[in-house]
Write a protein that binds this ligand. Structure first.
Ligand code: COA
Ligand code: AMP
Length: 636
């Protein structure tokens, strides 16, 4: 017997044009499309070619026009500043159109890029929507990245304007953003024409005359801007994500496909109704924040909760339950690491019981694999469906999940459940053949990808093809490995590249290695991701020093830790490194990172047949043991 999900998914693959044209009815178009799925430039597929719309209109204006003006669009709950602020849809429209007017006054027009480097304040959402209003392309950079990373993105996106704030607040620490912004602009060859700085009372910033503008002053003198019609295929934003080198990939998202897929997901995947309070505890700097703090909940007419705090420590492990009860949150979406942090501090879930969570209906987890223990704990303590779903910056929305709004499929702990519409997920071996159910392989998606997925990489069409479409012809390579079981459930187990996942944040060990290698004392190095109870994984560096270096190893370790913090940022959580005599390699000279990672995690490993000198592994194990890893010897 096939269920509603099966029918829906089968139809989406059999008749993508019909399926997505129907979904597109929920979006307001200025001009309807000529072609739903445009294959004319394959493998650069386009959705809704010929269509014209404005994403900001769909997220804001239309709700005001249709009677939601008085409903809260955004609730900003900020335990770090002790404030709660609500913006109705009418107020949001006023702020967005005036800020769009301000940007226009600075010369921003359709197609121009605007970088947004801001903490979790409503103005970050306003800035994103204002860009969408003008047809300008925003690129939000997460606040936990260092100036060097910001500079790389300035260099690549070449923004006309950068929007920032005087500071962010991390727990009890005030982090000045403006000096980081200044440093990034100094490092980048491209210079923005103007910067707009939101002055926050916790730390005001000195403005550079002639370049910097105070947000409040600029908006006060601006006249509101109307929505600019854009093609469905025009870019809405660029979001940089870690690649396998220090050069991040600029994921390009369109307007039309994005609006259609995200709107579809709110009702069908998340099971949310317009008017309900939807909370994504993430950051606007990540794709999860783009899609489910900003665009999807607003396009669907929900109230989006913008939270400036942590799951623990602001002030305690009851923060999430306080927010849910106080604001009537129906659906929470966060990363498993947040739940591991809460569970560690309140294992009995005592603080959960202190609040009235009767209106709370579902928890969605993504960003990293949900370990079954954490999932079960959340299910037991919350008594609502807890849904693991798998996606990537590239995909913009969920590849595999459990469609609560269609039918809740039986949950299998450790699996992200089944592919969402349009996602034809397969598991392949190295020769491009599908493996048997239950066997591990590369998880790939058959082309074309559904609406909402990346269109290309900014300024790097060839890199797009090479990174995603070349190794498995006809498929999009997700970079994840796992298996599909006999019931069609997708299980994501690990990355196949050098990307690691730290507290739900995606980081490149290759980028960290480039930084370690730049230290004058380091001859060669490797960075691996080791298992961590809280953050899932943590980076750990192994370094071989140049001959003749006699300085204490602790000093060098301290310096490389600082280098990574300065160049990538605190978000890398790179705090551990060790000096070793040599690194294990294959006879052809490839460093055996995977084997070292298994040794560190006390996992069973096979002695690689091609290893140059097996004795090195014992030395590595000994070095890792000194750091508290490699507790058990597990040679197969
Ligand atoms: N601006 C500046 N610094 C930031 C920052 C920001 N927006 N976000 C994080 N940082 C800093 C932190 O202060 C920390 O610095 P430190 O090394 O000086 O302590 C470092 O970056 C690492 O941050 P984080 O990984 O968040 O660790 P944490 O110890 O502060 O908090 C958790 C641990 C588990 C509570 C936290 O990771 C969390 O809430 N995760 C939720 C998952 C999430 O939002 N994932 C996003 C994808 S869905
Ligand atoms: P990002 O692009 O930062 O969203 O990170 C995407 C990567 O995070 C994926 O390629 C996976 O490796 C991992 N990931 C995200 N969600 C899940 C999930 N539900 N289960 C397993 N891995 C996940």
């Amino acid at each position: 017997m096939t269920g509603r999900y099966d029918e829906l998914h089968a139809r989406s693959l059999r008749d993508p044009d019909g399926f997505w044209a129907e979904a597109a009815e929920k979006v307001d178009w200025i001009r309807r499309w000529d072609v739903v799925l445009d294959r004319s430039d394959a493998p650069f597929y386009r959705w809704f070619s010929g269509g014209v719309l404005n994403t900001c209109y769909n997220a804001v204006d239309r709700h005001v026009e249709r009677g939601r003006g008085g409903q809260a669009a955004i609730i900003h709950d900020s335990p770090v500043t002790g404030t709660v602020r609500t913006l109705t849809y009418a107020e949001l429209l006023d702020q967005v159109s005036r800020f769009a007017g301000a940007l226009r006054g600075l010369g921003v027009a359709k197609g121009d890029r605007v970088i947004i480097y801001m903490p979790m304040v409503p103005e970050a959402v306003v800035a994103m929507l204002a860009c969408a209003r003008l047809g300008a392309v925003h690129s939000v950079v997460f606040g936990g990245f260092a100036p060097h990373e910001l500079a790389t993105r300035i260099e690549d996106a070449k923004p006309r304007v950068i929007v920032s704030a005087s500071c962010g607040i991390e727990g009890s620490r005030v982090i000045a953003y403006k000096p980081m912004l200044d440093s990034a602009i100094e490092q980048a060859a491209h210079k923005p024409e103007a910067c707009v700085v939101l002055q926050r009372p916790q730390a005001t910033a000195a403005l550079t005359p002639g370049r910097d503008h105070d947000w409040a002053g600029l908006v006060a003198g601006a006249s509101p801007a109307e929505c600019v019609p854009v093609a469905a295929t025009d870019p809405l934003y660029i979001l940089y994500t870690s690649g396998t080198t220090g050069q991040p990939k600029g994921i390009v998202r369109d307007n039309g496909g994005h609006a259609v897929a995200l709107t579809w997901s709110m009702a069908h995947l998340y099971g949310v109704q317009p008017g309900e309070v939807f909370w994504t505890a993430s950051d606007v700097g990540w794709v999860v924040g783009h899609s489910y703090i900003v665009y999807a909940p607003l396009m669907h007419g929900c109230t989006s909760l913008v939270y400036e705090g942590k799951p623990v420590g602001t002030p305690d492990a009851g923060a999430f339950w306080r927010v849910i009860a106080q604001h009537g949150v129906r659906t929470l979406f966060t990363a498993p690491t947040a739940f591991r942090a809460i569970k560690r501090e309140d294992p009995e879930g005592r603080m959960i019981r202190e609040r009235d969570l009767s209106g709370f209906r579902a928890l969605f987890l993504a960003g990293e694999r949900s370990d079954p223990d954490t999932l079960r704990w959340a299910e037991e303590k919350l008594g609502v469906p807890v849904i693991d779903h798998w996606w990537q910056t590239e995909t913009g929305w969920c590849i595999a999940g459990n469609p609560l709004g269609v039918e809740l499929l039986p949950v299998k702990h450790g699996s992200a459940t089944k592919p969402m519409p349009g996602w034809d997920v397969r598991c392949l071996d190295v020769s491009n053949h599908e493996v048997a159910a239950g066997d591990i392989g590369a998880i790939v998606c058959r082309l074309p990808l559904p609406p909402g997925a990346l269109q290309t990489l900014w300024n790097a069409r060839e890199r797009y093809v090479k990174s995603y479409l070349t190794d498995y012809p006809g498929y999009y390579q997700t970079g994840d490995a796992g298996f599909i079981d006999e019931d069609g459930y997708v299980h994501i187990m690990a990355r196949t590249d050098d990307i690691i996942n730290v507290a739900g944040h995606r980081l490149s060990t290759g980028a960290m290695e480039e930084i370690l290698a730049s230290h004058p004392a380091v001859a060669e190095c490797a960075v691996i991701g080791v298992a961590d109870d809280l953050k899932g994984q943590l980076p750990l560096g192994l370094m071989v020093l140049k001959a003749g270096i006699t300085r204490p190893h602790e000093e060098i370790v301290k310096e490389v830790v600082q280098l990574v913090r300065d160049q990538i940022g605190p978000v890398a959580a790179f705090k551990q490194a060790v000096v070793v005599e040599r690194l294990p390699k294959t006879r052809s000279g490839k460093i055996l990172r995977g084997t070292m990672q298994k040794i560190a995690d006390s996992e069973t490993y096979r002695m690689p047949a091609t290893i140059d000198d097996p004795a090195i592994l014992a030395e590595i194990a000994e070095a890792l043991r000194r750091l508290g890893y490699a507790k058990v010897e597990q040679t197969a």
